[in-house]
Design a protein around this ligand. Structure first.
Ligand code: NAP
Length: 326
């Protein structure tokens, strides 16, 4: 094979994901002249695209709309030369092209359908998606009363009755937040103990608009054009009942987008990507780095994801310099 032809097609860095982690990695890597290729996904931007106002991103003292914040980051990454593909990654093969004979680390393959890209390094910033409860009505009424984002959709429920499902900090936070708008908020949880921190539980319990429904799962979401009720099952008594609600908010955690990568890199029991011990953001595959919500099962903030993207890009830049600049 003609090596020079192959050499030309090798990317320095492919970034997978276009939320704050991926875009910040793009900004840093392109400023470092790595000419990264950022594969943004067919629906780019991640969870911030579903958010309205972001009030806690430093530097925006008046607040900023989620999609606008993404657009700003995207423009900033483009300005410094990040290349964008608005397609989905369908497969990866990490560390599969050996370069042992020339003393270099193995290369990686990233696929967008039939299109194959060969790269020296990868940053996985593929994010996480909200977990669903998987009951009749959930898909039918998604966006028509069923939501995973109280911040985005809470204001539609002014004076109405809603339910939140979950027993963690997110559920408590969403239930409290929703009382700003709704006249009544049921919090439905499958056990009679909460995973949430005590302070968050106490706050929800003290809120007169919040009513806990414990030992209970949602069996069905009912409605006509939009949601109008829930069929509940008490799992201790094994009895069903119905409540009238105008909306249901899911707050039962997130599923990290590691499906494509988990055969290569370490993942936690919950499926979150894990860096190799002592390697900062690098996974156990040389040259493959991890950033943002795909790795973060705790903070999950736009600003922490952005910071992770920065760290991964700095680590990738240093790693590339160490292995390829001589
Ligand atoms: P989480 O702590 O994992 O809690 C998920 C909850 O959903 C659990 O109560 C779980 O029930 C329930 N659940 C899971 N699958 C379910 C299903 N299929 N059907 C019904 N219920 C289901 O997730 P989280 O609340 O999103 O919190 C994630 C992390 O972010 C935590 O570390 C949390 O502390 C942090 N966080 C912090 C704040 C804050 O401090 N302001 C706010 C939000 C989140 P079981 O308990 O029975 O398993």
């Amino acid at each position: 094979m003609d090596n020079s032809a192959v050499e030309e097609k090798i990317e320095e860095l492919v970034i997978i994901g276009s939320g704050p982690a991926g875009l910040t990695a793009g900004i840093y890597a392109s400023r470092a002249d790595l000419h990264p290729l950022l594969i943004a996904g067919a629906q780019y931007g991640g969870q911030l695209m579903l958010t309205t106002e972001v009030e806690n991103f430093p530097g925006f003292n008046e607040g900023v709309m989620g999609p606008q914040l993404i657009q700003n980051m995207l423009d900033q990454a483009k300005k410094f030369g990040t290349k964008f593909e608005y397609k989905n990654v369908t497969k990866v093969e990490l560390g599969v092209i050996s370069q042992e004979e020339i003393g270099k680390p193995s290369l990686h393959k990233v696929y967008m359908g039939d299109e194959e890209i060969i790269t020296k390094s990868v940053i996985i910033a593929s994010g996480a998606r909200p977990r669903k409860i998987d009951v009749p009505g959930e898909n039918e009424f998604w966006g028509k009363g069923v939501s995973s984002c109280a911040t985005c959709d809470g204001a539609f429920y002014r004076g109405k009755t809603v339910a939140v499902v979950g027993g963690g900090d997110s559920a408590m936070e969403e239930a409290n937040f929703l009382t700003k708008f709704a006249s009544k908020v049921y919090l439905v949880h499958r056990r009679n103990e909460f995973r949430a921190s005590k302070i968050m539980q106490d706050r929800a319990a003290a809120n007169p608009k919040v009513e806990f429904i414990l030992d209970t799962v949602i069996k069905e979401i009912k409605g006509e054009l939009t949601v109008n009720g829930l069929v509940l099952t008490n799992v201790v008594e094994n009895t069903d009942s119905e409540i009238a609600v105008d909306g249901l908010f899911l707050a039962i955690g997130y599923i990290p987008e590691t499906e494509l990568f988990k055969e290569y890199i370490d993942v936690s029991v919950n499926g979150y990507a894990r860096p190799a011990s002592g390697k900062r953001t690098m996974s156990k595959i040389e040259g493959v780095f991890i950033a943002g919500d795909v790795e973060d099962d705790h903070y999950r903030q736009a600003v922490t994801a952005a910071a992770d993207g920065c760290k991964a890009a700095l680590d990738a830049e240093k790693w590339l310099a160490e292995h390829y600049s001589h």
